[in-house]
Design a protein around this ligand. Structure first.
Ligand SMILES: [Zn+2]
Length: 194
């Protein structure tokens, strides 16, 4: 991808001369840029139909490079576009507590990353290895139990440790995780809908 330059360059007898491109030239450029975006691959997570996606734990993608395989899980907490999204302070608290739990758990060596989705309907958990949702289900349930039982100061929520330290909401974090855990226990949706 390239970015729109407001000046063009043109060869003259005196050498290179800068000039403002004509409107038609800018339009032509924009058309080309849109075409470039259109031919870019739609990434896997955008191919999931979000209209019938329900709260659950799904394998989003598996990536392999050389000897290393990583599995990315979609921890979908709310039904996209049909339920209210999670509020940001609660997401932040779930991120701090979830990451703290995962990185101290018996399976900490497998954990690559845990963090929120930009749409605020869930989280991503990335682990080493070719794993299924069933494989990480007990770990995610334990993470929920840890968050639900947590009391006291949120780990990593001090100004020197976090970029927006005071934006936390433990009660709301527990509210979302209580609902999510119940969904996982009762409905246990582990495969994406067709
Ligand atoms: Zn933080």
């Amino acid at each position: 991808m390239t970015f729109l330059r407001l000046t063009g360059k043109k060869e003259t007898d005196q050498g290179t001369e800068k000039y403002m491109p004509a409107a038609a030239e800018v339009l032509q450029y924009r058309k080309r840029t849109e075409t470039e975006i259109l031919i870019m691959d739609k990434i896997a997570s955008f191919q999931v139909n979000h209209l019938n996606l329900m709260p659950g734990l799904y394998l989003s993608r598996t990536d392999t490079k050389g000897q290393c395989t990583a599995s990315t899980f979609d921890l979908r907490v709310t039904a996209p576009n049909r339920e209210p999204v999670m509020d940001t302070p609660a997401i932040h608290t779930i991120e701090h507590l979830g990451a703290t739990f995962l990185r101290n758990s018996g399976r900490k060596e497998e954990v690559i990353y845990f963090g929120p989705m930009g749409c605020r309907t869930g989280f991503y958990l990335v682990v080493f290895g070719d794993q299924t949702a069933e494989d990480v289900y007990p770990l995610v349930m334990e993470m929920c139990d840890f968050i639900l039982a947590f009391e006291g100061k949120i780990p990593g929520a001090r100004p020197e440790e976090c970029g927006n330290w005071s934006e936390q909401n433990l009660n709301m974090a527990k509210y979302y995780i209580r609902r999510y855990r119940q969904e996982l226990a009762e409905n246990k949706r582990l495969t994406y809908p067709e």
